[in-house]
Design a protein around this ligand. Structure first.
Ligand code: FAD
Length: 823
């Protein structure tokens, strides 16, 4: 018996044990099928390069934490890291990367000339590169040493025991709760289990019938014979670690030898059941024989040069040397490249921490431990938004092997490639189509994928609008995956009317005799309103952090519908609601597939819809933030008079099978009123931003309370709700940070993730940015300390190596008196 069992003593399992022990948890048992601490998993042979800068804030912050922690435990060499640019495009990207680094708090990142790179890494041929990005605090983790140090620290506290050569063969659950792990040396009952078994994760999924969308991939690593160029170098790492991403390669020094890691080959996927147990494996179970063709020949249509050719072009010393060691090591890839963390829906006490690199392992241990212990994920003492790594972000199709292998393989292939955030996946498209899909296709929709849904980003049919509306040009990075048509759609909605597909949005219906009491506890606004009232409300975690913002409609005494987005927001929010529901008296039904939706917004919205219904749509009888169920022609709809774009209009929800007819009816009516199909680009990008509406996961995260997030107006502390106590405290104290809009003084457009500067100091970063086509200014939203969050404060935003003056403005930037909405 134990309080907590951890399966897997790689860097992730050890880090979780260390952090749980630090938090005062006792009675932790860690088991591993292999010997401790070189267990035979990926940690045992990882070269341990830690590059901290990522486009993604979460991954970067986890990496920074890992560097600090492993440094304290003598498990890290801070030799610095350099990423080189083989193309001009990459050099531009490295400038951008440095800006991400500054935004996420990485200090000292600098761009180097080719000669400066060669000063630090003399064996490279600097004539083939354009420069590099250097981070002095990057370096190499000694993953096994760090794992052992964390384990011993937990043991020394008397909090944890570690057992090697102990194989878990089953997980027992009972009535939705974890009971015990069964091992080849006996059964261990416990309150909770954390599965940290990396490439073996899917096998654990099978034990409990949970999909684990992860594919093990074999990855090449070689260590050269000693090089003359490194003669006399000590085993201690001296040179910075090196990445050559244009050929998906990386390098590190092993004393006088030089190591090469390569992703420059077709993905080599491995079925989890084929990964041998330690006693059957010749070497380590996570190691496969080196496949020469994948190193010495180009093996994928996207590859024009073999990895070896690319390596010796950059490091000519490889020309005449042999390799002392070469192997294919296995580690995990997920469909979106992010880890898999969290507790299983429907099985209390069963936790996962999978697909984590050494780079993030220290931080992930902290996050998982605090999440298990207090229900709130934290990195050290700071709250952190882990929604992008939450097990629950996956969609119904994600667990299939067809999907996870195709997308996981693509992630492997692209791990170092220069991928623009607007670039769309190729594999596994067209999975989820709304009933309007064919109509959208006819209108030339440019489809982007979101949670498997095909979502029109803009419509080519609207190109002719460019003759009427001015749209400022964009170039380079900002122009990729963007069309000026987005700007035209924006203006057409403000002038006439647009139709927008809401089908992936999810109405979470909460019904039953306990429904009112439950929604009052769940949401921070007072929902005890009249029937037919819609209320905007945050949903908070126990710390008062914003988990979601939703429109909640009261449809009956004890019947409510909470509307949230599609994809991850739908699955993660529904899960939280289910988890917190009382056992009796409340039914929860998430309408994902059985309901489609259309938004009709713009000054002409009423003229379009009124002829289709007997219901009086006038402002007097159907006011703003009211809801009604009626017939539109013969179609039963739920209509909400709300708008995320800041215009008069309605969201109309109907059973899916009526969708085709619903679109046609509205479209025919719209023709006389200049109706346009509105894509997601203008909807989520510019229209909502100009109006100052928040976007979950972008400018609204659990890291902030509603006051910081500028939605304190939607909190009513007279009711009792989850997170209230924390909010009462927050209300009394001064805000640490506050979200505000900045407008760019010269009207330009910039991008998210960029540092906001006061002189040389980074005071915040851009959470969301776009162009406000109706106010004619570039807009950037960011969280700033109060002294900078005052209207009129002048700051600068760094973007592509330039500084852009920007001024803090008052929100909303567009239609502050709501004259366009309430009419
Ligand atoms: P593992 O270390 O694999 O630990 C999982 C453990 O679970 C194993 O010890 C295994 O024995 C145990 N286990 C499995 N099944 C059972 C069972 N049934 N019962 C009991 N125990 C079980 N990352 C970086 O950040 N930087 C790098 O430079 C880097 N380079 C890499 C190079 C190579 C060649 C490879 C293969 C990986 C590399 N990685 C790198 C990735 C990194 O090594 C892994 O992502 C990381 O080590 C995973 O740690 P873990 O603790 O989750 O998994």
């Amino acid at each position: 018996e134990a309080e907590t069992v951890i399966v897997g003593a790689g860097c992730v399992g050890c880090s979780a044990a260390y952090h749980l022990a630090e938090q005062g948890r006792e009675d932790i048992v860690v088991v591993d099928q292999g010997p401790l601490f070189e267990t035979g998993g990926s940690t045992s042979h990882a070269p341990g390069l830690v590059f901290q800068t990522a486009e993604n804030e979460l991954m970067s912050r986890l990496a920074q934490y890992t560097v600090d922690l492993y440094g304290e435990l003598d498990g890290f060499a801070d030799c610095g890291g350099i990423e080189v640019a083989y193309t001009e495009e990459r050099l531009e990207y490295l400038k951008r990367k440095r800006e991400y680094g500054r935004s996420w708090g990485i200090e000292g990142g600098e761009l180097l000339s080719p000669a400066e790179v060669a000063e630090r890494i003399p064996q490279i041929d600097s004539s083939v590169i354009y420069g590099g990005y250097h981070v002095p605090s990057d370096g190499k983790a000694h993953a096994v040493d760090a794992s052992a140090a964390m384990a011993h620290a937990a043991e020394d506290r008397g909090a944890a025991e570690f057992y090697g050569h102990t194989t878990v063969t089953d997980i027992e659950t009972e009535s939705g709760e974890f009971e015990a792990v069964v091992t080849d040396r006996g059964r261990i009952e416990a309150e909770e289990v954390l599965v940290a078994t990396n490439i073996w994760g899917p096998l654990f999924g099978e034990m409990v019938d949970v999909d684990v969308p992860l594919v093990p991939c074999a990855h090449q690593y070689l260590v050269s014979e000693p090089l003359d160029e490194l003669a006399g170098a000590s085993e201690e790492l001296e040179q910075p670690i090196l990445r050559h991403q244009d050929y998906s390669l990386y390098f590190r020094q092993h004393g006088e030898s030089y190591g090469i890691g390569s992703y420059d080959h077709e993905p080599l996927l491995v079925d989890p059941e084929d990964i041998r147990a330690p006693e059957e494996a010749e070497e380590m179970p996570s190691i496969r024989e080196f496949t020469e063709e994948h190193f010495y020949e180009p093996t994928h249509p996207d590859i024009d040069k073999s990895a070896y050719d690319a390596a010796r072009e950059l490091v000519p010393a490889f020309e005449d040397c042999g390799f002392e060691r070469a192997f294919n090591g296995i580690f995990s890839f997920t469909p979106d490249g992010m880890p898999i963390l969290g507790e299983t829906e429907g099985i209390d006490g069963l936790w996962w921490a999978l697909a984590v690199w050494v780079t993030q392992s220290g931080g992930v241990g902290s996050v998982v431990a605090s999440w298990m212990d207090e229900g709130v994920p934290r990195l050290g003492n700071e709250k952190i938004d882990v929604s992008g790594a939450h097990l629950e972000r996956f969609q119904p199709h994600s667990g299939s092997r067809a999907f996870s292998y195709a997308r996981g393989g693509q992630q492997y292939q692209e791990v170092y490639q220069l991928i623009h955030p607007n670039e769309q996946p190729v594999e596994q498209r067209g999975l989820r189509r709304s009933p309007f899909y064919e109509r959208q296709k006819e209108l030339g929709a440019e489809f982007y994928e979101s949670g498997g849904w095909e979502v029109p980003q803009w419509y080519e049919a609207n190109e002719s609008l460019l003759e009427k509306y001015d749209v400022p040009e964009r170039s380079g990075w900002l122009a990729e995956g963007w069309s000026p048509i987005q700007g035209a759609e924006h203006q057409a909605v403000r002038e006439n009317v647009g139709i927008y597909d809401l089908s992936r949005y999810t109405g979470i219906e909460i019904e039953g005799e306990g429904a009112l009491e439950f929604v009052q506890r769940l949401f921070a606004n007072d929902l005890d309103s009249s029937i037919g009232q819609v209320r905007y409300t945050p949903m908070l975690d126990h710390d008062g952090g914003v988990l979601a913002d939703m429109a909640v409609t009261r449809l009956g005494e004890n019947r409510f519908v909470a509307t949230t987005g599609g994809g991850a927001s739908a699955t993660e929010h529904t899960r939280w609601i289910r988890e917190h529901a009382p056992e009796e008296g409340v039914d929860i039904d998430a309408h994902v597939s059985d309901q489609c939706g259309l938004g009709v917004w713009g000054p002409k919205a009423r003229e379009v819809l009124q002829p289709l219904t007997d219901e009086d749509l006038s402002n007097d009888s159907f006011g703003y933030f009211r809801a009604k169920e009626f017939y539109l022609d013969s179609i039963p709809v739920l209509a909400l008079r709300v708008s995320y774009v800041g215009e008069l209009g309605w969201e109309l929800y109907a059973p899916t099978e009526y969708g085709g007819r619903l679109w046609d009816l509205i479209w025919e009516q719209g023709e006389d009123h200049g109706m346009v199909a509105l894509g997601n680009g203008a909807f989520l990008g510019s229209l909502r931003l100009e109006k100052g509406y928040r976007l979950w996961g972008t400018d609204l995260t659990p890291e902030h309370d509603p006051y910081e997030a500028g939605i304190g107006f939607a909190v009513d502390t007279d009711t009792e709700f989850i997170g209230r106590e924390a909010l009462l405290e927050a209300k009394e104290s001064d805000l640490d940070r506050e979200i505000v809009p900045l407008t760019l003084d010269a009207g330009e457009v910039i991008d998210g993730g960029k540092p906001i500067l006061d002189g040389e100091d980074v005071v915040g970063h851009v959470k969301a940015a776009d162009y406000g086509y109706s106010i004619d200014a570039g807009i950037a939203y960011g969280y700033l300390p109060p002294e900078f969050a005052e209207t009129g404060v002048s700051l600068e935003i760094e973007f592509e190596g330039e500084r852009y003056p920007a001024t803090v403005a008052e929100e909303p930037l567009f239609d502050p008196d709501r004259e366009k909405i309430i009419r």
